[in-house]
Structures are given as C-alpha cells and as structure tokens.
Design a protein around this ligand. Sequence first.
Ligand code: GDP
Ligand code: ZN
Length: 288
Amino acid sequence: MSAHGRHYVVELADGTALHCYPRGKRSDLACGDRVRVRRAAADQAVIESVAQRTSALYRSDDFRQKVIAANVTQVLVVVAGRPPFSEELLVRCLVAAEQQRLKALVVLNKIDLEVESAAASKRLRLYEQLGYPLLKLSAREDVSPLCPWLSGQTSVLVGQSGMGKSRIVKALVPDAEVRIGEISEALGAGRHTTTSARLYHLDRDSHLIDSPGMQTFGLQHLSLSELADAFPELRPLRGACRFKDCRHVIEPGCAIRAAVEEGKIEPRRWQAYRAIAEELAEKRPDWA
Ligand code: GDP
Ligand code: ZN
C-alpha cells in the first residue's frame, strides 16, 4: 500500500493492514508490489518474497533509480493551466510510461479556470494527436469524467506539484485522509508518510496509486535507444538511419532529422528528445 524507506504498509487479503519489513537488505519494493509476508507480531510482519512485476514506473535522481509504482496498468499525468504546466515534465512522464509500454493519459485539471485552460488545451493538442487521451475536468466541481477510464485499471497519478492531484484523489477517495491517518498510526510516525506513494481501492477491480508531486523527473535509467523508442512517432523510423548507433542529434544520414526537416515529425518533439538525449550523454561520457 505504501513504502516509507525500509518500512512498508502491506494490506492482507482480508483488508487488514500490517507494518512490514523486508527480509535481508532489500529496499527496492514499491507501492503496488504483491508480496508474501510472515507475521512476526500482532501488527507486524516480515516480507518473505515479492511477486514478479507486470510493470514498474521508474524515475531517477542523480544517485539511483526508484520505482514510483509497481504493477500499474496505466499512467495518468495531471496537468493544469494555472500554474501553467511544464511541458518538459509532461514529456518525461510520458516517456517513463512508454518505456514500460503503459497506457498514458493526460488529465487537464482546473477547467473551471477558463482562460488558462484554453491555453493549456492548445499546448496539449500535440499530445492528443500523438494518441494520448486528454481528459478535462475540474476537481473542484466534478471528477466523474475520470471514472470510466479508471474502471478495471490500476492507475497511477503522477504530476507536477500544484496541478491538483491531491484534490483529485480526495474527490475519488473521500475517506483518503482517514486511510492515511490509519497508515500513519500503524507506522507510529505521521510526518514523512505524506511523501510516499500510496494505493487506494476504488472498487474490487479498480485501484489508484497517488504519487508525490514532483518538479523534476530524471530518466537516467534509460538507454538512448529506449529513449527514442519512448517517442511513439519515432518508432517507425527505427533502423532507418545511416549509422546503426545513430543518436539522432548531429549524425549525417539521420532519418529522424530528415523527417523533422520534411515536416513529418513535430520539431518540438525532436527538441524534447534531444534535450533528454543530451542529458543522458552527460551522465555517460562514453557516448559523447
Ligand atoms: P497537488 O500539489 O497536485 O496535489 O495540488 P493540490 O491538490 O494541492 O492543489 C493545488 C492548488 O490547486 C490548491 O490551491 C487547490 O485548491 C487548487 N485546485 C485543485 N483543483 C482545482 C480545480 O479543479 N480548480 C481550481 N480552480 N483550483 C483547483
Ligand atoms: Zn538518427
């Protein structure tokens, strides 16, 4: 249900929550993982094993890669017109989803702010054209447009702080705060429990993972070819460049650059690819 350093809250099949520690040194478990536990005390247990994941949404910082959520079926990226969302962060969330071949949706929140939302919708048109469904709503007024998309799925909500993610969760899970309170109590510590992802059940078959708001989204865990593959419109050009190890930046005979020049690929997308590719190259001097 949630991870707090090496402490985890695990929900048993009967719905009760236990405070758990992993056996040994492992600390790579994440919200959404399915585990087998052995009870050590009335409200404590040891995690004995972890089931193989069907997916893991990764994010890196300078030191290591982290799993934001495991076993999700789709990623919902929450954006808004006020404050204006960061397109770079949106692209990075979509890349992380694509890398795991997860369905990704864009949620434009705060549409009660009409002027700002019109501008945001315009910026989002490109992503709609690329095939990412765009759901528009106001968490202040009504989150029901989300419900059909969440049904039968395990969804993770990601997004820049301030876009209204908490408000969306509160509207979808009215007793979220009560549940967080219970978890904090189980952990015996309230404070840092607000900074981790956590899972809620919407109904028997629909689950929602809320992740902490972010300002940056590192992708250092990707290779360059994974990065190019995470841009759906670049996939058909795989293998079409003159050099097999083309980075699609300055190489002669690059099919992707040619497609940009011919207007077949949106220049904004190639620039976004390049910015991330250059960042990856910086971390790995052997590519430079
Ligand atoms: P988070 O950082 O993404 O979790 O964002 P919050 O849920 O804390 O919301 C950030 C701010 O946006 C708060 O002041 C909310 O009241 C406001 N907000 C959230 N949803 C809406 C909405 O649908 N409309 C408007 N106008 N404001 C909203
Ligand atoms: Zn190329």
